[in-house]
Design a protein around this ligand. Structure first.
Ligand SMILES: C[S@@+](CC[C@H](N)C(=O)[O-])C[C@H]1O[C@@H](n2cnc3c(N)ncnc32)[C@H](O)[C@@H]1O
Length: 252
């Protein structure tokens, strides 16, 4: 198996287990079961947390892209790597019944979990599709806005992912991506670790390379809308100060 395929299989297995067994992994390994505190730390308000199904809150994000994307009534939104669907459900409230939110995820257990929550809670304007963000199951120029939360760092081919995002966006459409980037190089053993890859660290690009990759895919006005340093007690002692959570914004 090629390394890229091995990474994807490892990531899929890890998030499949998380979907069925629970617990958090990506953004706050030390936050433990206090998912509300973890979610507050990455930018969700109490009001937002009270308005989404609690089962969708698994502590997997590193930002709050739906809040920063300035979503409007009637818009069609795509969430790349939607997991249990927390940002899909938040976006659904913002675009209303005349809008639609589509979540795409490659892990079957995550898609099934999000679909179960949506049908149990009676969401009519959301949809969850199985698929890879490097090869999206969507038509060209079919969505107004793309959001994503702590996912693109997990992709072994980030340029393909941003090119696909560009393809499915309508002209004038926008992206708001929460993700982890690095400040300089990471230790080689961390880069090689599958565990660190699934934990959203090893696959993270250096900040400028990340922004350049978005530009290379064709996007314009690529900026960082917000950022915070990412580091938790319990993290590899060489990492604090080297990882940042960014909210990257751009237009087609
Ligand atoms: C860290 S979790 C974030 C989930 C969600 N965005 C949230 O904030 O709760 C990463 C998710 O991305 C999915 N994922 C990772 N790589 C992917 C890829 N290449 N294509 C599609 N989904 C992917 C995983 O299955 C997992 O559900």
């Amino acid at each position: 198996m090629q390394r890229e395929d091995e990474i994807k299989e490892f990531v899929k297995k890890r998030y499949g287990e998380l979907a069925t067994q629970g617990s958090s992994c990506c953004s706050c390994p030390s936050c433990g079961p206090d998912l509300q505190a973890q979610a507050g730390a990455v930018g969700y308000s109490e009001q937002e947390l009270g308005s989404v199904p609690s089962e969708a809150l698994m502590g997997l994000g590193c930002g709050n892209p739906a809040a920063l994307a300035e979503l409007k009534e009637g818009e069609v939104v795509l969430d790349l790597g939607s997991g249990p669907g927390v940002d899909v459900f938040l976006a659904a409230q913002r675009v209303g019944e005349s809008g639609r939110v589509i979540g795409v995820d490659m892990t079957a257990e995550m898609v099934e979990k999000a679909q179960r929550i949506a049908s149990r809670r009676g969401y009519h304007n959301v949809e969850f599709r199985m698929g890879e963000i490097e090869n999206l199951p969507l038509d060209d120029e079919s969505v107004d806005v793309i959001i994503s939360n702590c996912v693109i760092n997990l992709s072994p081919d980030k340029l393909a992912t941003f090119r696909e995002a560009y393809r499915v966006l309508k002209p004038g459409g926008r992206i708001m991506i929460s993700d982890l980037v690095t400040e300089g190089e990471l230790p080689e053993d961390v880069r090689r670790s599958f565990e660190a890859w699934a934990g959203c660290i090893a696959g993270a690009l250096e900040r400028q390379e990340y922004l350049d990759t978005i530009k290379q895919a064709g996007f314009r006005e690529v900026t960082i809308a917000a950022q915070h340093s990412y580091g938790e007690p319990g993290m590899d002692e060489r990492l604090p100060g080297r990882i940042t959570s960014v909210q990257a914004k751009a237009h087609k």
